[in-house]
Design a protein around this ligand. Structure first.
Ligand code: 13P
Length: 252
């Protein structure tokens, strides 16, 4: 059990999940109700197609439902885009922004992620902004420089600290089974925390910093116990109830 910490455990389903996966959410809501978490918040971010049905389940427990992206605009001629207002309309209260897969495949820039984050925060969304380095950047010793730049350019100046979350996801750790050492996670989280402190002052204390990348039921307890880690952003291990439960079992 990871004691005395307010943790946020967020599941990013990526492009996985069909209506048949409602049974996973049904089991999860029952488990959350029974366990009655005092200090931890649980969030699932399925594809947009499932938000509506998942959020009707989540109303019966404290499970939060979120999206994996949103538009930087409110409405209008933006084909294919979905705004925070629309996501809120179907029950989402959170959004993941700037995931490395979107930075890479959709060529999302820090500036675009900044604008999306501003829009999401203005709509009172729990806004999770992802940052992280590639393996090459790590090998060249550039991790902190890259993270520092992403933080500076992706986060808005005006924030609602209660609603802002930073997720450190080393790109080489995503889906690979590789995880940085606890000491390396600590160092990067500490660096992020210092940057947030100097930029936002007192408000920074409320910003949670999550670790993401190959978190599973075997390593969760050790990662979540690291001083500067306030939760986890979980990919693969959030898809199956038994795997996700294995992580939540360490939370209270
Ligand atoms: P995995 O947990 O599958 O490594 O994915 C992490 C991730 O990308 C969460 O956003």
């Amino acid at each position: 059990m990871v004691k005395n910490k307010n943790l946020l455990i967020a599941g990013n389903w990526k492009m996985n999940g069909l209506k048949e996966n409602l049974s996973m959410i049904s089991s999860l809501t029952k488990y959350i109700k029974k366990k009655n978490f005092k200090n931890s918040e649980i969030l699932i971010c399925p594809p947009n197609t499932l938000i509506d049905s998942f959020s009707s389940f989540s109303k019966r427990s404290n499970l939060m439902i979120g999206a994996q992206d949103c538009s930087s605009n409110e409405s209008g001629a933006y084909t294919g885009e979905v705004s925070p207002l629309m996501l809120k309309d179907i029950g989402a209260c959170a959004v993941i922004l700037g995931h490395s897969e979107r930075r890479d495949y959709q060529k999302e820039s820090n500036k675009l992620i900044h604008d999306k984050a501003e829009n999401a925060l203005n709509n009172n969304f729990l806004t999770i902004v992802c940052i992280g380095e590639t393996l090459t950047q790590k090998k060249k010793g550039n991790t902190l420089r890259i993270i520092g730049e992403q933080l500076k350019k992706s986060l808005p100046n005006k924030i609602k600290a209660n609603n802002l979350v930073v997720a450190y996801e080393p790109i080489w750790a995503i889906g690979s089974g590789l995880v940085p050492s606890n000491n390396d996670i600590y160092k990067v989280h500490n660096f992020i925390s210092n940057k947030l402190n100097s930029r936002y002052g007192n408000k920074a204390k409320k910003i949670k910093i999550l670790y993401g990348g190959s978190v599973n039921k075997k390593n969760a307890s050790s990662i979540l116990s690291i001083d500067s880690v306030n939760g986890a952003l979980v990919g693969g291990a959030s898809l199956k109830f038994s795997d996700f439960k294995g992580i939540l079992d360490f939370c209270n």
